[in-house]
Write a new protein. Structure first.
Length: 156
């Protein structure tokens, strides 16, 4: 498995965990269902860890600066991968494609680069498709390195 594939799977799994985590359960509910006794955090810990991973990935996708004091990214405007030319553009419906929208389209919705271009009212041309592909590869490599996946895969 390549490091970019591993990074993709980690990101998608975190998104699924955030969407699928239940609320907190009382100990009596755990007893009835045959679970362990005591208080359950209802998946809150998993949710926090998954949200942290998602925020880290979004910070890397957008090339935001890391604040050592806060231990978090300094949120700024989303990074635009493809920006329409204003004034000279013959397609007024064409919208900018952000890094997060692009990778969510590929990883979650299973869209091709051509389909992403169409979703944002761009014409499908190899020049734009190549820019999206290069951008996606670069973003996933950054995420893999930050998550420590590149070192693990190179050792094997």
């Amino acid at each position: 498995m390549s490091m970019t594939t591993a990074a993709s799977l980690r990101y998608v799994a975190a998104l699924e965990r955030v969407g699928g985590v239940q609320g907190a359960a009382l100990s009596i509910e755990a007893e009835i269902s045959g679970g362990s006794s005591g208080w359950s955090d209802g998946g809150a810990t998993s949710r926090v860890q998954a949200l942290d991973l998602i925020q880290t990935v979004h910070g890397l996708f957008n090339h935001w600066k890391w604040d050592l004091g806060r231990g978090d990214f300094v949120r700024d405007t989303p990074r635009v991968v493809l920006l329409p030319r204003r004034g000279n553009d013959r397609h007024p419906d064409r919208r900018p494609i952000t890094a997060v929208a692009q990778l969510n389209g590929v990883l979650i919705d299973g869209l091709s680069m051509a389909e992403i271009l169409c979703c944002f009212c761009w014409s499908v041309q190899s020049k734009q498709r190549d820019r999206l592909t290069e951008s996606a590869e670069e973003m996933l490599e950054r995420v893999a390195e930050k998550l420590g996946l590149s070192a693990r895969i190179k050792r094997r």
